[in-house]
Design a protein around this ligand. Structure first.
Ligand SMILES: [Zn+2]
Length: 148
């Protein structure tokens, strides 16, 4: 078997793609062929260098960008959660104020009061959610216009 075939096996070995018999065959050849042994060492060093470069890139720029985008996303969602919660609380308070007479009325059964309150709260949450969705859609549309 010619050395070209073994060069192919050398890259296979470095990529951990060889089965046991192929690896044994190659190791046997490397023991007797200095040319292929040098080739193997050369490729091994090259692989170590490219691996370390790749790792360095990942650890510095990519990771920095990754954490920055995670942080931005967390910050944004926290902002939206607080904004929504605030809106829900304020609107609920307004609703409670306007319903306070109804809620304080001893003639109305507790179940109906709970029902009306739950209904109102659900309506408010949906309202805030829809408004938020409209804002997102509006920003997306504006972005599309800019792109045109
Ligand atoms: Zn050889």
């Amino acid at each position: 078997m010619g050395c070209e075939k073994f060069e192919f096996l050398i890259s296979g070995l470095l990529d951990r793609e060889l089965d046991t018999s192929q690896e044994q065959m190659l190791r046997g050849h490397l023991r007797v062929c200095e040319k292929c042994r040098r080739k193997h060492e050369e490729l091994l060093r090259l692989k170590e260098v490219t691996d370390s470069v790749r790792f360095k890139d990942l650890s510095e720029e990519v990771w920095a960008g990754y954490w920055k985008s995670i942080y931005r996303r967390v910050e944004r969602s926290l902002g939206w959660i607080l904004l929504s919660a605030g809106a829900i609380i304020l609107i609920s308070f307004g609703l409670y104020e306007s319903l306070s007479q109804f809620l304080a009325d001893p003639e109305v059964s507790l179940l109906v009061k709970i029902g009306v309150s739950t209904l109102g709260l659900g309506f408010i949450i949906l309202l805030v959610s829809v408004i938020r969705e409209r804002i997102f859609a509006y920003r997306r549309d504006r972005y599309k216009e800019v792109q045109r």
